[in-house]
Design a protein around this ligand. Structure first.
Ligand code: FAD
Length: 602
């Protein structure tokens, strides 16, 4: 393990407690077996990681267990917007929009300014004068309300106000808009985040406050004493070992797997009504190179069912999304050729140079956890989140969205605290900057000198600061200790080799897929989808995780099979055939010790 002693800068010792290293995983596994926790949280998506941070920051003893990788479910597959949701305004969900915009402001200014960035969007208006005027009034009123909800002045807003644009101004900002399709636009602001990075940062911030965080730890059953849940049975998916974890309260934050919790409880005997049901709706996104579209803002376009976004993403554009029911494999939702055709068809209505399948660099599909009431009393819950306590000691939280994770987390931990009768503090996460936020602005301001000191270009340093905030100092320390880590990763010039090492040494990445798909976004940002980086990344991860040659080959083979299965699914005409093609590559975690895939297993 050549990197353990590499961090010499005393200013970064405060990051040590946040390090999800292999040694930390072993120690946390031991604690899982031995300790009795105030709260055990099942599910390491944004909801579970947010709840772990909320609980740990109130002084509770907390364990977070995730079946696969942090953010491996829906939370790495969103549109990556921190937004109020303009379309919810149309549905008069005013409270929801207001709450989300308040959260957007908090995240962009105080909690995670290093991760959450303002992003301008255009609402293109139609060419016909009367129609355009009508819509300008309609959308103009909507975005004015949107701005008002975010707070018209003050530091908390974090975003500029909206503006009305003429046709000429709209085309100057977005030259690729088709001349005959656009008669002016309205520009408003929302914010963007790397969703998987947000979740990893939440989990690491929780770990820095003492939370146990273990990935590849699947809950396979619930411990019960009479009618009370007293813990969970966990399988360490890496070793195949099973053991019990004792908890005063269990919080299930399992997204589209929420119904499985009910099944596991029912399997323990006796009737059980979970109080909420979650159904999955699939959303697909495409990634195309930045050069395929000329524009300096995002677009929001209306579709028959919902809206379509065209969003700048570094050197790329994201186009999405679809919205269709999904009842197949939840661990690997597959995009079909029909989904891709739908997205291209809609975006091409406004672009002067149509996109085709040959422009596509990457594709991902995610599943929205939509609440559907189990009975009359819960059927109105669809868009909001819900917290229910169907059994003593067990609290379920589901629904909501990435933007409002903090509100969901505070809500579910409030329930836990009330149940435990603890004198815990109220939630204080609105005052708690995430790891990397403290010192971020200072580091950005002093970047020229810092870059010089570490022998990297200012551009490289900016890239690191925008991904890690002040934690970039830790990545720089790796480069100092081994200058070869300051070189770009093979096949992915946007990333440094040091980032792969850091993912395995400090961010809990255990498999190649964790690093290529979530700690970095190489799997959808390159047209080879990470294949050309797999060998180099496996070598770097192997140095930290002690992989021998056979282990590296297994990891690479698995990753290549995953990419091939995804490509194949995207050629299939519909969901059924796409799902069958995607299942051609089993999940690396189940594969490592069981040798066969388990469909739908988290
Ligand atoms: C296409 C799409 C676009 C979206 N865009 C946006 C957006 O732009 N902005 C926004 O705010 N929101 C957006 N959302 C919504 C947002 O992404 C989700 O609401 C959020 O990510 C859900 O997080 P979660 O933690 O509840 O679920 P998940 O992220 O799915 O986490 C659940 C976790 O539980 C784990 N798990 C399941 N069973 C077990 C078990 N037995 N043991 C241990 N772990 C288990 C899973 O592995 C998984 O990691 C979008 C959603 C989709 C699908």
């Amino acid at each position: 393990m050549p990197y353990r002693g590499a961090v010499r800068d005393p200013s970064i010792s405060r990051f040590a407690a946040a390090r999800l290293s292999p040694e930390r995983r072993a120690a946390d596994l031991l604690r899982l077996r031995q300790d009795r926790f105030d709260v055990v949280i099942v599910g390491g998506g944004v909801t579970g990681a947010g709840a772990a941070l909320d609980a740990a920051s109130r002084g509770l003893s907390v364990a977070l267990v995730e079946a696969r990788d942090l953010a491996s479910g829906t939370s790495s597959r969103s549109s990556k917007l921190v937004h109020g949701g303009l379309r919810y305004l149309e549905q008069f969900d005013l409270g929801l929009v207001h709450e989300a915009l308040q959260e957007r402001g908090l995240l962009a200014t105080r909690l995670a300014p290093h991760l959450v960035r303002p992003m301008p969007f255009l609402i293109p208006l139609p060419r016909q004068r009367w129609h355009s005027g009508l819509l300008r009034g309609y959308y103009g009123a909507g975005v004015a309300l949107y701005d008002a909800f975010a707070g018209l002045t003050g530091d908390g807003r974090g975003m500029p106000l909206h503006r009305h644009l003429t046709t000429g101004a709209a085309r100057r900002i977005f030259p690729s808009l088709r001349n005959d399709a656009v008669g002016g636009a309205i520009r408003y602001f929302d914010a963007q985040v790397d969703d998987a990075r947000l979740v990893t940062t939440l989990a690491r911030t929780a770990a820095s406050l003492g939370a146990v965080v273990v990935t590849s730890a699947r809950v396979v059953g619930f411990r019960r004493a009479a009618r009370e849940v007293t813990g969970v049975e966990v399988e360490d998916v890496e070793s195949g070992e099973r053991f019990d974890v004792t908890a005063r309260t269990v919080i299930a934050a399992t997204g589209v797997w929420s119904d499985d919790v009910a099944q596991m409880i029912s399997a323990g005997g006796g009737p059980f009504r979970p109080g909420l049901r979650v159904r999955a709706s699939k959303g697909v996104h495409l990634v195309v190179p930045r050069s395929a579209i000329s524009g300096e803002a995002g677009l929001i376009l209306r579709t028959e069912k919902s809206v379509l976004f065209v969003i700048p993403w570094g050197g790329h554009w994201i186009v999405g999304t679809t919205d269709t029911d999904w009842r197949l494999d939840r661990a690997h939702p597959a995009a079909s050729a029909k989904d891709i055709e739908y997205l291209l068809g809609h975006v091409n209505k406004v672009l002067d140079r149509p996109l085709s399948t040959s422009d596509i660099e990457g594709v991902w599909a995610g599943l929205r956890p939509l609440l559907s009431g189990e009975d009359e009393s819960t059927s109105a819950l669809s868009r909001e989140h819900a917290v229910v306590e169907p059994m003593l000691g067990l609290i379920l939280v589901a629904g909501g969205k990435l933007t409002t994770y903090r509100v969901m987390a505070a809500d579910v931990v409030d329930h836990a605290v009330r149940r435990l009768g603890l004198a815990a503090r109220p939630s204080r996460t609105d005052q708690l900057p995430l790891l990397g936020a403290d010192g971020y602005h200072q580091l950005m301001r002093g970047r020229d000198a810092v870059a010089l000191r570490h022998g990297v270009s200012v551009g490289v340093l900016e890239h690191l600061i925008e991904r890690y905030g002040s934690v970039a100092r830790e990545v720089l320390a790796l480069v100092d200790s081994s200058p070869r880590l300051g070189r770009p990763l093979a096949g992915a010039p946007d990333y440094l080799a040091a980032e792969i090492v850091f993912a395995a040494a400090a961010e809990g990445a255990l498999h190649l897929e964790d690093t290529l798909a979530r700690r970095t976004r190489i799997s959808f940002e390159t047209s080879h989808r990470g294949v050309d980086s797999a060998r180099a990344a496996a070598d770097l991860m192997g140095e930290v995780l002690g992989w021998d040659a056979a282990h590296k080959v297994r990891e690479i083979d698995h990753y290549l099979a995953r990419v091939e299965a995804e490509r194949e699914s995207q050629r299939m005409p519909d969901d059924l055939t796409a799902d069958a093609a995607r299942l051609g590559a089993p999940d690396v975690r189940v594969f490592t010790h069981l040798g066969s895939p388990r469909s739908g297993a988290a």
